[in-house]
Design a protein around this ligand. Sequence first.
Ligand SMILES: [Zn+2]
Length: 432
Amino acid sequence: MVRCSMTSERPSTLAQLRVAVTAGRVRRRSVRDEIRENLIAKLRSRQDIFPGIIGYEETVVPQIVNAVLSRHNFILLGLRGQAKSRILRALADLLDEEIPVVPGCEIHDDPLAPLCSACRARVRTEGDALPVAWLPRQARYVEKLATPDVTIADMIGDLDPIKAARSGLQLSDELTMHYGLLPRANRGIFAINELPDLAGKIQVGLFNILQEGDVQIKGYPVRLPLDVLLVFSANPEDYTARGKIITPLKDRIGSEIRTHYPATRQHAMAITAQEAWVSRAHTDGEGIVVPAFVREVVEEVAFQARQDSKIDKRSGVSQRLPISLLENVVSNAERRALLANETPIVPRITDVYAALPAITGKFELEYEGELRGADNVARDIIRGAVGNVFTGYFATADVQQVTEWFDLGGTLQVDDTIDASRAPRRSRGCGT
Ligand SMILES: [Zn+2]
């Protein structure tokens, strides 16, 4: 790809920009073409399109690639904690490093074809000497969480009658407009999270901008032929519910892509290992050693919770549950180690029970679950998770003697405060 690589080579006036464009050193193209062409370059050089997104390589990523290649506006449908926002933010990496803009323009006008009348006036008066500013890609990604109280003024803009009166302009002149988020995302990406929470009126406004390049504000038509890639996220049930999304807007969303929770425990563990804050600085110690079976139990808690009939399936169980849980498990072990002055810090199964506060707030209970209580539901889930992981290690082991010993009244104290030297253990095995 041809582009100016050195800052000093960048055109700094309209005249220089025109020369650079003619010579092919600066590309002029729509946002969708820009993202598409940059994606094609990444695909050709076999680069990772979404670094750090694990478990979507064969499912979600190919569909997003297809949507971008098709130049579609698209929506990610999925439950919470499925990396939707993260993927949308990563789209900014597909933009050019920087683009030329008219300095100070709120809607990032192209100096060679400005939309707003203020910039057009500047081009007329300053001509070829008009300065050119360079906008970095991070500034071209705008994100908004939709809520029912979001207004047209927030999203698209508002007309200012006082400004119009003072400057002797018509109210419909865009010089009298306060721009909302969408025009400020011009020549970039605008992401709206939880789209179904947006009032119908705003959806109509979005659709008009997409379809016709104009919108009505306070009854006045305002022309805004913006160049924006619109991407959305939503909970699948909300999105498909009748009446939540106006049909013409739905029609304009080219691709509908379903996200999902990690399909395997291995994927889930890799995500949690990447996201959880575990490697903590202990200058005097040997650090923190998290046994694999503890990581597996932490992950299995999320898998079990997602299947549990006492937990609301529509709101889901976020991948943030195992991430917070692992952090809390490590903290409980850290607390014990600090009190007992021992190293290294090694979490054990009882630390998972001690980490209930990282679990109970992460799911919504069904009626049956409410009756049982969040703490009890969480304990049941941990018990199921430990059982499942244990079976994976010891499916064929003969534990008859052990169960007999307990059946005859044998007891073993394994709590989360007892230090490692006094904790019962075996040379090999699951730590009990
Ligand atoms: Zn402008």
